[in-house]
Design a protein around this ligand. Structure first.
Ligand SMILES: Cc1cc2nc3c(=O)[nH]c(=O)nc-3n(C[C@H](O)[C@H](O)[C@H](O)COP(=O)(O)O)c2cc1C
Length: 155
């Protein structure tokens, strides 16, 4: 099963998870870049505000998701919500994504993030999982196992 792992990451956690998952699944990886500055205190505050307001943003990414059997999409949780970068990615690629799996990384409160991703895509994911930062290794292991089981059942 041809798999693409797409992610946005502000401070590296979601990037690390995405890379570990992609390595374990032998999948391609694509990073979504948010063109809006998100660093520092001001970047942090605006990030939370933009996520809460459901704002989109200007993004860059490289790979066309339409060529894949499964697209795994990862985002950090911001104020209990999906990031503007992944919101925008889902909106821009709605017609190109077939089977989708979602994951988010968070400090402990995933809120509505995963639910929102399904609403934005307009479809239920084949799998969705919240990974808490304190239990990241365990979360990655579980996510990989669940994704592998999935590919076994669909290939
Ligand atoms: C603006 C902002 C809002 C956040 N809101 C939440 C939240 O509501 N719940 C939570 O558990 N973690 C929250 N976090 C923590 C991040 O979701 C968590 O640290 C995540 O793993 C960061 O991923 P990254 O390193 O890939 O950017 C927030 C972080 C930021 C920057």
């Amino acid at each position: 099963m041809k798999t693409l792992v797409v992610f946005y990451s502000r401070s590296g956690t979601t990037k690390w998870v995405a890379q570990e998952v992609a390595r374990a699944l032998n999948a391609d990886v694509d990073e979504v870049i948010d063109k809006k500055p998100r660093k520092g205190i001001l970047g942090f505050l605006i990030a939370g505000y933009d996520a809460t307001k459901g704002k989109t943003t200007e993004i860059e990414f490289e790979k066309d998701p339409s060529g894949y059997d499964l697209v795994v999409i990862g985002t950090p949780v911001w104020n209990g919500r999906v990031t503007p970068a992944i919101r925008t990615y889902l909106l821009q690629n709605r017609g190109k994504i077939g089977n989708a799996a979602f994951f988010c990384t968070c400090a402990g409160r995933g809120g509505k993030c995963l639910e929102q991703m399904g609403e934005i895509l307009g479809r239920r994911p084949v799998l969705s999982k919240a990974l808490v930062k304190k239990r990241l290794d365990e979360g990655i292991k579980e996510l990989v196992e669940e994704l592998k089981a999935l590919s076994g059942s669909t290939s």
